[in-house]
Structures are given as structure tokens and as C-alpha cells.
Ligand binder design. Sequence first.
Ligand code: MD5
Ligand code: FE
Length: 203
Amino acid sequence: WRDELCPDAVVLRHFAVAEQTAILAAIRDISDAAPFRHMLTPGGYSMSVAMTNCGAHGWVTDRLGYRYATLDPQSGKPWPPMPAVFRALARDAAASAGFEDFEPDACLINRYAPGARLSLHQDKNERDFAAPIVSVSLGIPAVFLFGGLQRRDKPLRVPLTHGDVVVWGGAARLRYHGVLPLKEGVHPLLGGQRINLTFRKAG
Ligand code: MD5
Ligand code: FE
């Protein structure tokens, strides 16, 4: 099933379910090597969402600001490589939304426990806004806030559930967005958490 949020943003419902076992195994391997951590915002607050990365470029934040880094600042080592199952999923989802040949070099992995949230923001640390962004939701449901190009634009509320994949391209790429505080819930495979994979071309 596809839900078009706007011409440049499409939800592919349950798109990732078929690969869920391989995806969850890959997340375990990645977080063994590069554990989830609560990063600091430039303002000094600890983020409620725990994060890690795989791929050549990893998104990080600390007192110095938001940026991409090729090394995990916690270990000093490169982020774990992007698993083939991730690359294929991102590429297939992008193609199915009309963006052929998407080759992500960054995958941010966000882990939400109940109460965790992501306040309204734009993704603009990437070098090139021409590539789409692919987002994969796993685990308990979340309410996604899909705003406009200005912070004051009233966001649409979009429920995202396990296996849903969203592809954001073109003008939607720079829309404000966020995630409401996660409600308690239980998912048979992931327990009481939500994990989101965000694939981007950063470098
Ligand atoms: C999440 N993560 O559910 C979301 C999924 C982030 C983040 O927002 O920055 O880690 S990505 C949602 C997204 C990406 C690019 C554009 C738009 C939404 N959009 O135009 O709404 O953890
Ligand atoms: Fe974002």
C-alpha cells in the first residue's frame, strides 16, 4: 500500500516487513560495534532518542554542533559498514517512489523508548539535497509530524507502524518534521521500543 503525503513524499506501508529478520540481526551487529548513545545537542541537552550509525558517514551532535563524521567519536573507529540488506532496501524503496539509483552513504539508527521524541527540525547537514531520504520504521507505532517549509506551518500527523518506509524527495526533503513522544506499547519482535533507520546521501 502507498500513501502519498504530498507529491514528493510517499509512505510504502509494510515495505520492510519481508526483510525484518535480516534487518534486526544487522541492527544487533551494528549496535554491538557502535552502541546506541544519547548525544548532546549544541545547547547541552541530552537527546531522548538514542542513536548510532552505519555507513561511511555518521550523523553526530555535541556541543560543537550537528555534522557528519566518518569516525564514531566514542570509539575513534569508522562506523560499521552499511549491510547489503540495508542498501538494497533503501535502493528498492527509493526506486519504487520514482528515485532510481539511490546510493546512501549514511544510515542513522534512532532508538525511541516510551516518552522519547524528536522536536520539529529540518535535515540540512547533507551536501546535496538532490538525493532522497528513506526512512524505515520498526517496532511500536509513532506519530510522525510532517510540516511545511517554514517552522510555523501546521504539521500533518502521520501514524507510522512496523515496516513502513517513507521516501522523501524533491521539495519534501527540506520540510520541517518531528516525532511525537512515543506511547507505551509492545511489539512482538522489538518489545517496547521503536527503531527508525534514516538513509541519506551525506558525502
Ligand atoms: C525518525 N528521523 O522517525 C525520523 C525519520 C532524523 C529524523 O527525522 O532526522 O533523524 S526521517 C524523517 C524525514 C527525513 C527527511 C525529510 C522529512 C522527514 N520530511 O520532509 O518530513 O526518527
Ligand atoms: Fe530529520
